[in-house]
Structure formats: structure tokens, C-alpha cells
Design a protein around this ligand. Structure first.
Ligand code: HMN
Length: 288
């Protein structure tokens, strides 16, 4: 389960329906061109929180059918409706997903006891492993070292996707839990996380920049830091342009420029203006 995992984006048609052909093409592009080690399915980048449970299941099915056992698969099943989270956890486990991940429950400002109960409830219902998805900037849920330690007490919790710019906490978790899997969640900070000896990374920009991410990760593991910094620099040039242009929409347009039917985002995410579509095409020509 180590290495570079793409936070898979999903292709939707103009009406917001899952575009199966396009989704299969995105999967193939990630495996055949970006050569990533695995896929993180139905995360933020997959527009998970904008989809119905049926749509999420459809995505899990299509991706597994396309991937078979070519790369590792992590299913993000977190949902505010805990019954839905349990149902999706069972569904993805039955399909053969290698591990589950669930975002910390958000919106109602749950206390830590409630967060812990959320994970334990899901894990009691399913025979699979869990990677905590921590992304405080979007959920408002920040956990400290002791709280991570409490979650890790459940042996089925095998790691964390750490999407925060807190390298002090990241180092403390790494040091305290050498046997848990830590995935870096911010692609623009991959080198800094790799130097701290994370086990891998999960990111949206790997859909279009997976090869460079793998280089950064591998070079850092080999202590070739100057070379890794060069690749991170080019990566961050691209990420800065993507973020300024509209994250998920731009990733889709870059893929389209390479012949991948990446479709549109679901509402309320807006469409790119013509100017921004042209920017994305220029990024594809320059970086991909
Ligand atoms: C997911 O759940 O889809 C991703 O794992 C989330 C991932 O951490 C991305 N975060 C967000 O999109 C909020 C990053 O890859 C991020 O897009 C990238 O570092 C650019 O800031």
C-alpha cells in the first residue's frame, strides 16, 4: 500500500451523470501514462460530497472493473449519514477494495469522542482496514497526537491521509507510529513530507502530474534532495497555475487536451470560461 495514489477525478456529463466511458479513460490514463501505484476513489477530488449514494456505488464498481488487480485501490466511504458510510464500506469491501478511508465527520463540530465512535462504528460492521482522512482546512476537524494515538488503538486503523501543512505534527506521528501508513495529502508539499519518511502520497494533481510526483517521492527516498527539489519546483509551477485557474475543472481540461474524456464537474461547481479552458490547454502543452 506504499507509493503514489491518485485522488481520482470523475467524469460527469453535462447533466451531472457519471460518464462511464470517460471514467474508464481517466483510470487508464492514471495507470498507463501516469504510472501511479494506486487510486483513491471518491475523495474530494472525485466530487464525492456532491454525489448520491447510488452514484458513489456506480463509481466504485466501474473503477474496480477497469482496474481489476492492476493497482491498489482505496475507497473513500465517509459520509455524514453514518448508515450510508457503513453501507458504502460494505459495498467497496465486497468489490475487493484493498482498504477504506473515511473523512472525519464534519459540519456539526463533533467532539473527538464522536469522531472516534464514527470510525469504530464503521469498522465494527466491515472486514476491512481504515485510513483516516484528515483534512482540517475543509472539515474544521483538527486532531492532536494523542487523538491520532487513540484512533490508531483500533488495529483496523492502519494509517492516515494527512492533508495539512503541519510538519511538526506529521513528524510527531511518524516518530510515534513507525508501523502505521502515513500518506501526504498536499501535492505541493510532497517533498517536505517525503523527507519526513511518509509511506506515500494521495493527490488530485497526480491525475496529470503523477510521473513527477513519483520522481519526487523516489528521489527523496534515495536522499537525492537537490534533484527532488527541481522536480518539486516544476510541479509547483504547474500546481500554482492549476489553483489559480480552478482546481478540478482545470485538471479535467488538461486531461481533455490529452484526449481523455474527463467531462465536467457537478453543480454547483461552475464551468470554466473560454479563457480558462485555453489556459488549461496551454498547461497541458507546457507540462504534460
Ligand atoms: C481527495 O480526497 O480527493 C484528495 O486526496 C484531496 C487531496 O489532498 C487534494 N486536496 C484537495 O483537493 C482539497 C490535494 O491533492 C490538492 O488538490 C493539491 O495538493 C492542490 O492543492
Amino acid at each position: 500500500m506504499n507509493g503514489i495514489f491518485t485522488a481520482l477525478i470523475c467524469s460527469f456529463d453535462e447533466n451531472g451523470k457519471v460518464n462511464e466511458k470517460g471514467l474508464r479513460e481517466i483510470v487508464r490514463h492514471n495507470i498507463d501514462v501516469q504510472k501511479v501505484d494506486g487510486l483513491y476513489v471518491n475523495g474530494s477530488s472525485g466530487e464525492n460530497f456532491l454525489m448520491s449514494a447510488d452514484q458513489k456505488k456506480k463509481v466504485f464498481e466501474i473503477v474496480k472493473d477497469e482496474v481489476k488487480d492492476e493497482v491498489k485501490l482505496i475507497a473513500q466511504i465517509g459520509a455524514l449519514d453514518i448508515d450510508e458510510a457503513v453501507e458504502l464500506a460494505q459495498f467497496a469491501t465486497d468489490l475487493g477494495y484493498n482498504a477504506l478511508s473515511a473523512v472525519t465527520p464534519f459540519y456539526y463540530r463533533f467532539d473527538f469522542e464522536e469522531v472516534k465512535d464514527y470510525y469504530n462504528t464503521i469498522l465494527e460492521s466491515v472486514d476491512n482496514k481504515m485510513i483516516i482522512y484528515s483534512i482540517p482546512a475543509l472539515t474544521g476537524v483538527s486532531m492532536d497526537l494523542e487523538q491520532f494515538a487513540e484512533l490508531f488503538e483500533n488495529e483496523k486503523v492502519i494509517g492516515v491521509k494527512f492533508t495539512a501543512p503541519d510538519f511538526f505534527l506529521l513528524e510527531r506521528i511518524r516518530h510515534a507510529f513507525p508501523d502505521k501508513l502515513i500518506y501526504s495529502g498536499f501535492d505541493e508539499m510532497l517533498l517536505s513530507a517525503a523527507v519526513l519518511n511518509v509511506d506515500g502520497a494521495i493527490g488530485s494533481t497526480f491525475n496529470v502530474n503523477g510521473q513527477r510526483a513519483k520522481q519526487i517521492y523516489t528521489l527523496a527516498k534515495e536522499s537525492r534532495i537537490d534533484e527532488a527539489r527541481e522536480v518539486q519546483k516544476v510541479t509547483n509551477d504547474l500546481i500554482a497555475e492549476i489553483l489559480a485557474n480552478g482546481l478540478y475543472q482545470t485538471i479535467k481540461e488538461i486531461l481533455k487536451a490529452q484526449g481523455v474524456d474527463a467531462g465536467y464537474c457537478r453543480k454547483p461547481m461552475k464551468r470554466l470560461t473560454e479563457d480558462k479552458v485555453e489556459n488549461a490547454k496551454a498547461m497541458a502543452a507546457k507540462y504534460c
